[in-house]
Design a protein around this ligand. Sequence first.
Ligand code: HC1
Ligand code: SF4
Length: 576
Amino acid sequence: MIKIKINDEELRVPEGITILEASHEAGVRIPTLCHLDLHDLQLYNKTASCRVCMVELDDPMRNKLVPACVTEVYDGMKVRTDTLRAITARRMAVELLLSNHPNECFTCPKNLECELQALAEELNVREIRWEGERMNYPKDTSSDAIVKDANKCIYCRRCETGCNVVQTCGILSGIGRGFHAFVGPFFNIPMVESSCTYCGQCVQVCPTAALTEVFHTDKVWEALNDPDKHVIVQTAPAIRVALGELFGMEPGTIVTGKLVTALKRMGFDGVFDTDFGADLTIMEEAAELIYRIENNKTLPILTNCCPAWVKFIEHQFPELLHVPSTCKSPHIMFGTIAKTYYAEKKGIDPDNIVVVSVMPCLAKKAEAKRPELTKDGHNNVDIVITTRELAAMIKEAGIKFDALPDSEYDKPLGETTGASVIFGTAGGVIEAAMRTAYEWMTGEKLENVEFEQLRGMDGIKKATVKIGEKELKIAVASGLGNARKILEEIREGKSEYHAIEIMACPGGCIAGPGQPYHHGNAEIVKKRQQAIYEEDRRKKVRKSHENKEILELYEKYLGKPFGEKAHELLHTHFEA
Ligand code: HC1
Ligand code: SF4
């Protein structure tokens, strides 16, 4: 340990840490912009490019301004964060960024969520004394998921690190110099022509609106206002534990009942839960796992509900496309059933049914457009909006969300289980599958349904689950960099696993890029995760194969799990 001083506070800190790290112990805030260092959420960026964290050293030998994020402490170091020089330097760094930034705050999609805007306020920037060269690059709206507005790029490189280092996708890099510089796909090709997975980690970390989702709220309003359309909505497992944050509620508040009421008041003809699709997925995936084990087919099986992960394997490991489960993802399964079974039951022409999914994810927007996820010319799912977009619509409709009473999801297709709600957090899909596979393989009742080994925020989790005489080796990877490690093992023939869950977002869907921005606060994500497990514990039925409406669906319509009709409707294929 060494002794340092920050402002007037004496501290003993370990050697090798930075001034920024030491400042947390001193209770002093040093503002940052480009810097990220959050192990739990796999958010990193240590490029020291923005110079917003400048502090002054009180040292006759070194008296100078230094960036706190990369300057290591030394014994006897005296740091001042509150000198005129330090304050002016920090303010000037932000002022220079603003000199080159579009003055569009009122209409910007990140208005009131922008970290640059917040810093300008925090650092008391009251004028911009320089006129930078403002760019007028066209927006890249080529993809169904992500909009890139290079004019708003401040070159912090967070997205680049997230894409290339954390997700190992290698899509983004710095382009141009000086005022012309921005981050984009190489040669600035349209996003849709790159191998982008739409995982959205770049959107998650972008401090401004240089990268945002494609907004589809107007499409939903149009459908709701079309008297010929029967518009139904489904909500992903992770929405109910995060939406409340956008209405001032504590992170982790479970708002399932209010969410349903709000959607009914907005005019949806049916309000459903993607959890029903998740229970259906488990029926198919567990049956597929058992089929593969009993028939010596390809193992491990990989879950594939995450569409960014699917694009990742398609682009980066095309030789392994026989490995993932062939199940469609839960919301796509739900859409398929809505336009077949539900349409028949209600006597509605599927042409007139519009299925809207509310998802914590941007990749789901692109997934819904995949040509193989259509039936008789209908998209299984028509429109995907994010948690943030839904909150914006609730506000547009003048609904006072926090004052809403609770309601129940509509029926049929409304019954769900605890197994399906845990899909919303990394490890949940495979835990849900194990609850069913255990009982199907042994014929015995599983008493303790909680598989602690598969829980938590680690990027890779491993467990051995004893099922009768058999030991199933299970892994969970969240974050595409971790998925790559798992896939490399499989490619080299070294994988010892029977089943692996993969999610592109570190932590799973609760931390998706369509959720309320958590601005790097891992506690928010942990509270959402606790709420997901709480919702599971509250459910009377906690195993997918005990969902009575699912059993009725198989009995009346689908036949056997993994059978012919189930194959036709609920399974898909991948494209290299
Ligand atoms: Fe997810 Fe899924 S859990 S992928 O994380 O399998 O997005 O919440 O809806 O489809 O159910 C997301 C969440 C979601 C699907 C389910
Ligand atoms: Fe990279 Fe994912 Fe962003 Fe695409 S969405 S550019 S893969 S981080």
